[in-house]
Design a protein around this ligand. Structure first.
Ligand SMILES: Cc1ncc(COP(=O)(O)O)c(C=O)c1O
Length: 376
């Protein structure tokens, strides 16, 4: 079976994990965590990056940091992962879903203003497939209405918007290092990117169980104590060691993924030109990280047949999110503002093809041939 995904392995991970074990320091904020954080801060020009156990944890940290309270409203697309919504629902907020653009599957920036009320506190753009949302418009809206922007950049590590790293544009950005993402911290992991300098000190406290332990470790205070609400949002250093191997090879991983992405694009272009399927759209001025390669089919019926035909050919192709507003919790905790013109329709047509760093060329050719056969 050609799997849909397989976690990236570059070969240096075991050595770095052994080094972490030999250091006698396995908990968070030790040597490898610091190396990864500095790498991310330097390469992405970020104010402060804090490794976390997951992007879910980073989103929860963001909601705590922004003091989200019961009754607050948070705007996001419905075509996203549950954690984008849960983080704010956990603080008592109401989620307001806005339709997506059919070209990128990202929140439609032109429909956000209509969803803003006196209760709105945050806009959460989700950079689907590592392709940037229209950040200039979103940041201008946030400025005009005095709102915060939390970028769900779970899928967008190494992607750029007009030359700026995704995750560094809003006041907070959240990355995922889950095994399904381009870079992994040994299966699970994340990072919170703090772009507003005024939030840095409190972010460190919230991440360290509400204590000022980070200041203590830096020698800025002689003992640490309880200062605020918080939780345990550190990544174990042995996971950071795994991640370090992957960050050192970040360009190599990115290049390989982009090559695979373009192979699919070129290999399927004749079918797209014949009107059999649709290919992903990358707007100008965006540089993406080839996180996903998806195609769009006629409708959900054709998608079921397609997935089944590929499975018979030994290939795992998969759908993606069921829109949150149509889920039981989404109906309870959220509301859809305006018309669902594209969210449901486009999500039902989308199917993701296998794409991972260690994918052999011959496997990718087999996928392209199986797709051609399906349409022949
Ligand atoms: C858009 C989005 N946000 C958040 C998450 C959660 O990431 P994690 O598994 O690191 O908690 C995911 C996971 O797939 C995601 O796709």
């Amino acid at each position: 079976m050609i799997p849909f995904n397989s976690p990236a392995i570059v070969g240096t991970e075991p050595g770095y994990m052994q080094a972490a074990m030999s250091s006698g320091k396995l908990s968070g904020d030790n040597g490898f965590t610091r190396r990864c954080q500095m790498w991310l801060e330097d390469n992405f020009t970020a104010q402060r990056v804090l490794l976390t156990p997951s992007c879910t944890a980073s989103l929860e940290m963001a909601a705590l940091l922004l003091d989200i309270k019961p009754g607050d409203e948070v705007i996001m697309p419905s075509f996203t992962f549950v954690s984008t919504a849960n983080a704010f629902v956990l603080r008592g907020a109401k989620v307001v879903f806005v339709d997506i653009r059919p070209d990128t599957m990202n929140i439609d920036e032109t429909k956000i203003a209509a969803a803003i009320t006196a209760k709105t506190r945050v806009i959460v753009p989700v950079h689907y497939a590592g392709v940037a949302c229209e950040m200039d418009t979103i940041m201008a809206l946030a400025h005009d209405y005095n709102l915060c922007v939390v970028e769900d950049a779970a899928q967008a590590v190494m992607s750029l918007y007009k030359g700026r790293a995704l995750g560094t544009i809003g006041c907070i950005g959240c990355f995922s290092f889950h095994e399904t993402k381009n870079y992994t911290a040994g299966g699970e992991g994340g990072a919170t990117v703090i772009n507003d300098p005024q939030l840095i000190e409190r972010a460190e406290i919230i991440r360290e169980k509400g204590t000022n332990r980070s200041q203590f470790i830096r020698g800025e205070v002689d003992k640490y104590t309880w200062h605020d609400i918080g939780s345990s949002y550190l990544m174990a250093d042995i996971q950071a060691a795994y991640l370090w191997g992957q960050l050192e090879a970040a360009q190599q991983i990115n290049q390989r993924r982009l090559t695979l992405w373009h192979n699919y694009y070129d290999g399927l272009a004749p079918l797209a030109n014949a009107g059999a399927l649709e290919l992903p759209v990358i707007p100008d001025a965006l540089s993406h990280n080839a996180h996903l390669f998806y195609i769009k089919l006629r409708d959900i019926t054709q998608r079921i047949a397609f997935i089944s035909a590929l499975r018979s050919a030994g290939i795992m192709a998969v759908s993606h999110y069921i829109p949150l507003h149509s889920s039981p919790a989404g109906e309870h905790f959220g509301r859809f503002n305006g018309e669902d013109r594209f969210t449901t329709r486009e999500s039902e047509r989308l199917v993701r093809l296998p794409l991972f760093y260690n994918m052999p060329d011959c496997d990718q050719q087999a996928v392209i041939l199986a797709i051609r056969k399906f349409f022949s």
